[in-house]
Design a binder for this molecule. Structure first.
Ligand code: NAD
Ligand code: MG
Length: 392
């Protein structure tokens, strides 16, 4: 057993808290090097008192001052702030494992810092990979970082592929990846009903309890679009080989089809502590605190095709990936702006894809030759999407 020293980027979020819940069960296996959060100093302070990290980082400078006040009796915990603080605890030689669980584009720079430092990187922050695809995977290869997928679908696929063929599934005889989707809370609504759904309804996912942004993404199917792109980069494959299957029970987390007709599935209760524990302990297995699967209680599995008419975000993601270059970064940025506006009550649910589609057609695609270009396109797309919102 290797004892691992962990930095949790996004410790106060849904994935961060689930990670710390697994860590809490195995004090002999894990120690905590650093915990980070965006703005919630009080919540981070409480976690710091329990896990005693060497560093605590707030992205927001004001919040970092507040955190330092709250931890003034804990000189053993050094408080840092901003992007530099995040990058430094992600790359620090004292830690070997980084949970990348910041939401959205804000996670790219610190996740990349962990990758460049050659860490075991547990990737929950799919937006980072969607934005920078090839450059991100090149950085992984160059540093020798160990990239392990935490997104439940990708972790499921990872578990169904031979360990030495993760980047070359065809060589293992894999003919198709069956990416499952819950369909979200609005799966059965009519197109006109989608115009009046509220943020509270969008965040009330039938199977998973998650942060607000990914909950909305799950309701629009943008989450599956981002995951389609994520799967192509992680498993070095093409969208033609990835088929989305809506499976409302969320028990099969994804499947892999082999040339001989075998289909391997990974199943489990919909609880992120399973993929998190899988990544933390890999290649070993540890208790994650997850209830055993009761298939008698579930009874039946259902499968249907995604409806791209009612949920155009999945189509938009596939188109952005096909366009290549900076298009996925633009897709992601426009989606972040639109989702935030929806959550604030400024945009109707059905107009989320409208903002994204218009932004994608207005912001010119460029070759994604550097992270600077990616960040510049991200900013340009945000500005364009914001202007669109104001014009509505
Ligand atoms: P969340 O909103 O619950 O938590 C986000 C975390 O990021 C918080 O700790 C927050 O403080 C921090 N953060 C937010 N903005 C920041 C900023 N600008 N700078 C630094 N830190 C910032 O989100 P979540 O649901 O835990 O999701 C995190 C990531 O994991 C997302 O990329 C999501 O797509 C992915 N993911 C989540 C789930 C899930 O079940 N929640 C499943 C699969 C993948
Ligand atoms: Mg997922």
């Amino acid at each position: 057993m290797t004892k691992r020293c962990l930095t949790v980027l996004g410790a106060t979020g849904s994935i961060g808290l689930s990670t710390l819940d697994v860590v809490r069960r195995h004090p002999d296996r894990f120690s905590v090097h650093a915990l980070t959060a965006g703005t919630r100093a009080r919540e981070l302070a409480e976690l710091c008192r329990e896990f005693s990290p060497a560093f605590a980082v707030m992205a927001d400078v004001q919040a970092a001052r507040h955190l330092a006040d709250l931890l003034s009796d804990r000189p053993d915990i050094e408080v840092l702030s901003g992007e530099d603080g995040l990058a430094s605890v992600a790359a620090d030689a004292a830690c070997d494992t980084v949970m990348a669980a910041i939401v959205g584009a804000a996670g790219l720079a610190p996740t990349l810092a962990a990758v460049r430092a050659g860490k075991r990187v547990l990737l929950a922050n799919k937006e980072a990979l969607v934005m920078s695809g090839q450059l991100f995977m090149d950085a992984v290869e160059k540093s020798g970082a160990e990239l392990l997928p935490i997104d439940s679908e990708h972790n499921a696929i990872f578990q169904c592929v031979p360990a030495d063929k993760v980047r070359n599934p065809a060589a293992a005889g894999i003919t198709r990846i069956l990416l499952t989707a819950s369909g979200g809370p609005f799966r059965t609504l009519l197109a006109e009903e989608l115009r009046s759904v509220t943020p509270a309804e969008a965040c009330d996912h039938p199977n998973w309890s998650m942060g607000q942004k990914i909950s909305v993404d799950s309701a629009t199917l943008m989450n599956k679009g981002l995951e389609l792109i994520e799967a192509c980069w992680l498993f070095n494959t093409t969208p033609e080989l990835v088929e989305v299957h809506v499976h409302p029970e969320s028990i099969i987390h994804s499947m892999v089809e082999y040339a001989d007709g075998s289909v391997l599935a990974q199943m489990g209760s919909p609880d992120m502590r399973t993929p998190i524990a899988n990544g933390l302990a890999w290649p070993e297995r540890i208790d994650a605190g997850v209830a055993p699967l009761d298939l008698f209680a579930i009874g039946r599995f259902h499968f249907e095709r995604p409806d791209l008419e009612r949920f155009p975000c999945l189509r938009l993601a596939a188109e952005a990936f096909a366009a290549g270059g900076t298009a996925p970064a633009v897709l992601n940025a426009a989606n972040e702006v639109a989702v935030a506006a929806f959550l604030e009550g400024q945009l109707c649910f059905a107009d989320i894809p409208v903002i994204i589609e218009k932004t994608l057609s207005a912001v010119a695609v460029m070759p994604a030759d550097s992270f600077e270009i990616i960040f510049a396109k991200d900013a340009e797309a945000r500005e364009y999407a914001q202007a669109l919102l104001r014009s509505l």
